[in-house]
Design a protein. Structure first.
Length: 364
């Protein structure tokens, strides 16, 4: 078990027991245990998350168990949060504990709890779009050159490449081909194959190697705490070094923003260009965008296979209640949008759930 320098000696004594307790019991209902009041937090599917408050010491923390896989999710989160604290970017929680190898099949991390509204809908005003973009670009100011001075027990903070990473479309295309090859043989893969064939025919411009930055790598709207003084973000388990232009394209393509009009994204790209001193930023963002739309087609193809075959959920947390209801609409939306950007693709006759879209506020 690893403690950050932000973890007090007292916390080092009483944090391990609550980790052990939650791992063993996995409670779903709010309750008291010893000096702690504990409640389960639902929302993500790849982790078990608890909000825990210790009245005698005043600690309020998030206790998170992640799947143990090649991503080393808890480790990524712990070290990214530490790096942000070290370079003075108060944009995320403070990390306290990382547990690797203690719990079979899982990692765990304890970090400070961030109070504030979490709203699962895109920004609804110019001010909110500005705050979202301010936060994302502030994260990108952390560069690899900042980290040699960071140390944990005199060892450099081990920030890996982000889980979604590329510095050129050819790298992202190879990643998509690998993901597509892993789809079940009897899944509906013809539309994916058509999109990949269209992308393979594209001539992508070359550009100088972009400067890498810290990427959060998951712009899901539930990951942002919307404080009036500035937005903060949680769930850093996919974070790491990467091309910041890829993260902007990821934000634009993400399923949480599927109803946002293109005019908003054109404004976002313009804002990025005005703030970055990067001659190839626009080219990179728009080059990545159709590939990331295709990425979502691959994801939803897998999900549609699980839905139509009645496969059980193998993640740590349950699927959203409306998962089966909204999945066909998301699949068809991305298949159509990716096809518009890449190639006209036949859409399988899945039933479409009525959209619950909102009207975003146009920006100047």
């Amino acid at each position: 078990m690893q403690f950050s320098k932000f973890c007090t000696p007292a916390q080092q004594l009483y944090f391990p027991p609550i980790l052990d307790y939650l791992h063993q019991t996995q409670p779903d209902q709010p309750h008291r245990w010893q000096e702690w009041f504990i409640e389960r937090v639902f929302g993500g599917q790849n982790n078990l998350l608890y909000h825990a408050h210790r009245e005698d010491e005043g600690d309020t923390v998030a206790v998170k168990f992640t799947r143990l896989d090649e991503r080393r999710r808890a480790s990524r989160e712990f070290h990214a949060l530490w790096a942000l604290q070290e370079v003075g970017r108060e944009l995320a929680p403070v990390p306290f504990v990382l547990a690797e190898g203690r719990y079979h099949g899982r990692q765990a991390v304890i970090q400070s709890w961030l109070d504030g509204p979490v709203i699962p809908t895109p920004p609804q005003s110019p001010a909110e779009w500005e705050m979202l973009l301010d936060h994302v670009l502030a994260v990108h100011t952390v560069r690899p050159s900042d980290t040699p001075a960071l140390s944990i027990a005199e060892v450099a903070v081990p920030l890996p490449p982000a889980t979604l990473r590329a510095t050129h479309p050819h790298e992202l295309l190879a990643f998509l081909q690998q993901r597509a090859a892993a789809l079940p043989p009897d899944a509906t893969i013809e539309p994916v194959a058509a999109l990949l064939a269209g992308l393979e025919k594209r001539e992508f411009r070359d550009w100088p190697a972009p400067s890498l930055a810290l990427l959060h790598c998951d712009p899901n709207l539930r990951n942002f705490v919307r404080r009036p003084s500035g937005w903060l973000s949680v769930d850093w388990e996919n974070s790491g070094w990467g091309d910041p232009a890829l993260e902007i394209a990821d934000l634009m393509a993400h399923a949480a923003y599927m109803d946002v009009p293109m005019a908003i994204w054109e404004w976002v790209v313009q804002q990025v260009v005005e703030r970055w001193e990067d001659d190839t930023a626009v080219t990179r963002i728009w080059a990545y965008y159709p590939l990331l739309l295709t990425f979502w087609v691959v994801i939803f193809t897998q999900s549609m296979y699980e839905l139509t075959h009645g496969l059980p959920n193998n993640r740590l947390a349950p699927r959203p209640p409306d998962w089966a209801e909204t999945l066909p609409q998301k699949y068809n939306h991305y298949l159509q949008l990716a096809g518009n950007w890449v190639i006209e693709t036949p859409i399988p006759n899945y039933p479409i759930t009525p959209s619950r879209s909102h009207t975003a506020v146009p920006l100047p």
